[in-house]
Design a protein around this ligand. Structure first.
Ligand SMILES: NC(=O)c1ccc[n+]([C@@H]2O[C@H](COP(=O)([O-])OP(=O)(O)OC[C@H]3O[C@@H](n4cnc5c(N)ncnc54)[C@H](O)[C@@H]3O)[C@@H](O)[C@H]2O)c1
Length: 246
């Protein structure tokens, strides 16, 4: 028996990067995964399906109440329940605060933070009806230590941890846990375009002496999404190779 056998998991932003790693790990552990993204997720679905994973793609914009509502309705009509929600979708619009536009601020707040309001509102009634749920959302090391040019991003990522601490108090009685994961320096589209020397300098600062992978994050999400983690709620798990005081 695998740890997520028979469970339905939504992974937002699953078409690439960390989200793709989460889809891969959750499918290996037996979940049926609904991959939500504004980007085309069909290549990820094809690759994981070939390895025997149960996964389907839904084009969903997590900033749109209508888009999220339709996607949840489809899942309930076809699968009847939702056990796990991974709020992984996120964006950056980096700029020093003095030069940051209101648009850059709003876009990041909408995708990274307001989306949690929209998606959790749509999913929670079904978890409550089922008496079970695991919600895990993507915070970030930069929500805790800050980063130059990321006032918008850091505010949303710290906000996600606050949202998590509060929501867990409201829904625990329904068998639902709410946690966050704060990834550190992870291999991604962003890091792919960085010069080698910047990556090497970053790795020097990490006690385990390597960059994290999407699969590392997949297993960290798996822990918080597992049935066995039922006494853990409201926390932010820091997955950063020891790079900052947690
Ligand atoms: N990569 C890192 O080092 C790192 C570190 C800390 C936290 N994080 C967080 O982890 C998450 C994933 O990061 P990543 O590096 O894999 O990023 P990524 O840009 O590779 O992937 C993010 C995914 O979210 C999707 N997305 C964006 N807006 C969306 C929307 N409105 N609706 C649905 N999907 C949307 C994108 O299309 C993309 O597929 C993000 O929340 C990010 O802030 C990443």
């Amino acid at each position: 028996m695998r740890s997520l056998d028979g469970q339905l998991a939504i992974v937002t932003g699953g078409a690439r990067g960390i989200g793709e790693g989460v889809c891969e790990v959750f499918c290996k552990e037996g979940a049926t995964v609904a991959l939500w993204d504004v980007l085309d997720g069909s290549k990820v679905v094809d690759r994981i399906s070939k390895d025997g994973g149960k996964i389907f793609y839904q084009k969903v914009d997590v900033t749109s109440t209508e888009s999220v509502k339709n996607a949840v309705e489809y899942i309930i009509d076809n699968y009847g329940k939702i056990e796990i929600l991974i709020n992984n979708a996120g964006i950056i619009r980096d700029r020093s605060f003095m030069n940051m536009s209101e648009k850059e601020w709003d876009e990041v707040v909408n995708v990274n933070l307001k989306s949690l309001f929209i998606v959790c509102k749509a999913v929670l009634p079904h978890m409550k009806a089922n008496g079970y749920g695991r919600i895990v959302s993507a915070s970030s090391v930069n929500g805790f230590q800050g980063a130059f040019g990321q006032t918008n991003y850091s505010a949303t990522k710290a906000g996600i941890s606050g949202f998590t601490r509060s929501l867990c108090k409201e829904v625990g009685k329904y068998g639902i846990t709410v946690n966050a994961l704060a990834p550190g320096f992870i291999k991604s589209v962003m890091t792919e375009s960085m010069p080698d020397e910047i990556i090497e300098a970053g790795i020097k600062m990490i006690p385990v002496k390597r960059i994290g992978t999407p699969q590392d994050m997949g297993y960290a999400y798996l822990f918080l999404a597992s049935r066995e983690a039922g006494f853990i709620s409201g926390i932010t798990l820091h997955a950063n190779g020891g790079a900052m005081p947690n």
